[in-house]
Design a protein around this ligand. Structure first.
Ligand code: BO1
Ligand code: ZN
Length: 260
């Protein structure tokens, strides 16, 4: 098989041939059905806390299947469903070719136009992302839905404004102004759903504590267009769109909510 992607020949339905864990019992994303979630007071007794710090010159790159920012500064999260401290490694997004699709998690079966992932690793137990990536308690990912608004999202603006500089695969730039990823979080981080899942792309490791916030962040249609103008290869190659994996069964797993 050619390298994995989101096309007919190499998309999510084919990943299982090279990554058998794709058929596992702890896969992501899932459809979030709020009425099926159990409110767990343990999540509020020890609230989720975010301690992000500004990146002096954050690297933004186009690896061909998404756009990703690599994090060097010490930005950590703890509390909520997590034991120990998880360090921010990178963030990236998944989006659609049109507003009716693009997110990986769905809410009552409904997709959002895009989903932002802030990827952290368990720095209390493991010394690097690479060491943590395949451990059951190795990673914690924030999932944040994007919805359309008339106004651009100010935190994403410094990124969407320079996306044309990473239009082609393997391009990367350094963001000139200081960038604190905290500007990407919704106002209310106290309302979220959490469950044990996996990476949503190969290698699909079953190592992720997912934390999906109830409140979406709001972006303009022009910002969505900027994501859709990224290319999966050289000049003239296809746009990066519909880079999402559809939901998998929750199965035996518990979906917990931090709120009623
Ligand atoms: S996601 O947040 O579940 N969509 C997700 C999916 C795949 C990765 C991370 C998050 N993959 C890993 C790669 C590593 C790489 C790392 C950091 O991302 O497996 O090789 O070093 O960018
Ligand atoms: Zn992702």
């Amino acid at each position: 098989m050619a390298t994995w992607g989101y096309g007919n020949d190499n998309g999510p339905a084919t990943w299982v041939k090279s990554f058998p864990v794709a058929a596992g019992t702890r896969q992501s994303p899932i459809d979030i059905v709020p009425t099926a979630a159990k409110c767990d007071t343990k999540l509020t007794e020890n609230p989720l806390t975010v301690n992000y710090s500004p990146e002096p010159a954050m690297e933004l790159c186009n690896p061909g299947l998404s756009v990703k920012a690599n994090i060097k500064s010490k930005s950590v999260i703890k509390g909520g469903p997590l034991e120990g401290e998880y360090k921010l490694e990178q963030f990236h997004l998944h989006w659609g070719s049109a507003d009716k699709q693009g997110s990986e998690h769905t809410l009552n079966g409904k997709m959002f136009p895009a989903e932002l992932h802030l990827v952290h690793y368990n720095a209390t137990k493991y010394s690097s992302f690479g060491e943590a990536v395949d451990k059951p308690d190795g990673l914690a990912v924030f999932g944040i839905f994007l919805k359309i608004s008339d106004k651009p999202h100010q935190g994403l603006k410094s990124l969407t404004d320079v996306l044309s500089e990473v239009q082609y695969k393997d391009k990367s730039i350094n963001i000139k102004q200081e960038y604190n990823p905290v500007c990407l979080l919704p106002d209310n981080i106290n309302k979220y759903w959490t469950y044990l899942g996996s990476l949503t792309t190969p290698p699909l490791c079953e190592s992720v504590t997912w934390i999906v916030f109830e409140e979406p962040i709001e972006v303009s249609e022009d910002q969505m267009k900027a994501f859709r103008a990224l290319c999966c290869g050289e000049c003239g190659s296809a746009p990066i769109v519909d880079n999402y994996r559809p939901p998998l069964p929750l199965g035996n797993r518990q979906l917990r909510a931090s709120f009623q």
